[in-house]
Design a protein around this ligand. Structure first.
Ligand SMILES: Cc1ncc(COP(=O)(O)O)c(C=O)c1O
Length: 370
């Protein structure tokens, strides 16, 4: 491929440092819940302006844990339908009932009007997702609606490391935010996740839940139905190294996105509009295809004729149309159905060149024209 769909980047000096730290863990035998994890938590908390950050085993557990602390199982949770499987799966695993809610196709974010209309007597909270790393101004509407109706708001910020709105960091708009260090994310840990919260009780309980529900590390007193949601020290070493590159990686991604914006100014491909008060990390660069274009065929042609791989969609199909969630789907959600079908994600990475971005756009234009 002349342009791959994604590129995971560990500079040589970072690989050396990661190996040195892992070697230290091997020598000390401190392989989980140790000092590297603590360092990662401290730096992540500072970078996201959050009083607490709790490292866990995945982005999925980073979402399920706060939902358990919030006792989501007492009622129904409104979940954005254009998201990854794990958003709904973690919510269901917490014991909650779920109701899928439509998004606003203009922002790809949860539609506040649809949320308001979906609130029922059993609704206890809302899970919103910052698709592609974009924190939209409508998140403030969600905050207001939740406050008015006595609901909590949790952010699935798996895509949104380092993103912000009016200078406020992703993950800090709700009572808790969850991040993922899955390899394709803006910063990778191999596996891993992070919970951020300003709520002391959620933070304290999260420490209990992540370690088999034990009241403390050294006791065998299990006070909550936790699980093995710990982050190992080798994973923490990888994520910490990437954490220290976050600003640099996001700055590079934003340069590539700015190049795409420039090249797509008069294009039939219409980029997702991001207002200037929102700082997107460009986990994904999202654009909408003209009507009538067969996305699968276009992607296939870009690969075979131009050696350009587009990134995976966010998402190809909304959750209410996934067969596993059929029992929870109650009717069409046209906004999400339309945008899931119509968008593409142009490749972006921390090491992609502007020349590669030019090649992507030239190739897409040529493929659309022929
Ligand atoms: C929106 C969203 N939520 C949750 C997750 C789950 O994260 P993880 O794979 O780290 O469990 C992912 C990523 O994979 C995601 O994209």
């Amino acid at each position: 491929m002349r342009v791959p769909a994604a590129a995971i980047h560990f500079p040589d000096e970072d690989r050396e440092e990661i190996l040195r730290r892992i070697d230290e863990c091997l020598k000390s035998g401190q392989l989980t819940l140790g000092s590297i994890g603590k360092e990662l938590e401290a730096e992540f908390a500072v970078a996201h302006a959050s009083p607490h950050a709790i490292a866990v085993s995945s982005g999925t557990s980073a979402l399920e844990i706060p939902l358990r602390v919030l006792e989501a199982s007492r009622g129904e949770v409104l979940v954005q339908t254009n998201s990854f499987f794990a958003t709904a799966a973690a919510t269901l695993s917490s014991g909650a009932r779920i109701r899928f809610v439509d998004c606003d196709p203009a922002t790809m974010a949860l539609d506040p009007a649809a949320v308001e209309a979906a609130i029922g007597p059993d609704t206890v909270g809302v899970v919103t997702v910052h698709i592609g790393g974009y924190v939209p101004p409508s998140v403030r509407e969600l905050q207001r609606i939740c406050e008015e109706h006595g609901l909590w708001l949790v952010e699935d910020a798996a895509h949104a490391h380092g993103s912000s709105l009016d200078g406020q960091m992703a993950g800090t708009f709700g009572v808790a935010g969850s991040f993922s260090f899955y390899p394709t994310k803006v910063i990778a840990g191999g596996e891993g996740g992070m919970i951020v919260t300003a709520d002391d009780r959620i933070a304290e309980e999260a420490l209990i839940y992540r370690d088999q529900g034990k009241a403390s590390f050294l006791t065998n007193d299990h006070t909550r139905l936790g699980y093995n949601w710990r982050m190992s020290e080798p994973h923490a070493a990888i994520a910490l190294s990437q954490m220290r590159r976050l600003d640099e990686f996001v700055a590079h991604r934003r340069r590539i996105a700015a190049r795409y914006d420039e090249l797509l100014a008069d294009s039939p491909l219409r980029p997702l509009e991001i207002p200037s008060n929102s700082t997107c990390n460009y986990y994904k660069y999202i654009a909408f295809l003209p009507e009538g274009v067969d996305r699968a065929e276009l992607k296939q042609r870009l690969r075979s004729e131009y050696q350009v791989a587009l990134s995976g969609e966010v998402y190809e199909a909304p959750l209410h149309l996934q067969s596993v969630f059929a029992p929870y789907a109650d009717g069409p959600l046209p906004g999400a159905e339309e945008l899931c079908a119509r968008h593409v994600c142009l490749p972006v990475s921390a090491i992609m060149s502007e020349e590669q971005a030019d090649l992507v756009v030239e190739s897409v234009h040529a493929a659309l024209a022929s």
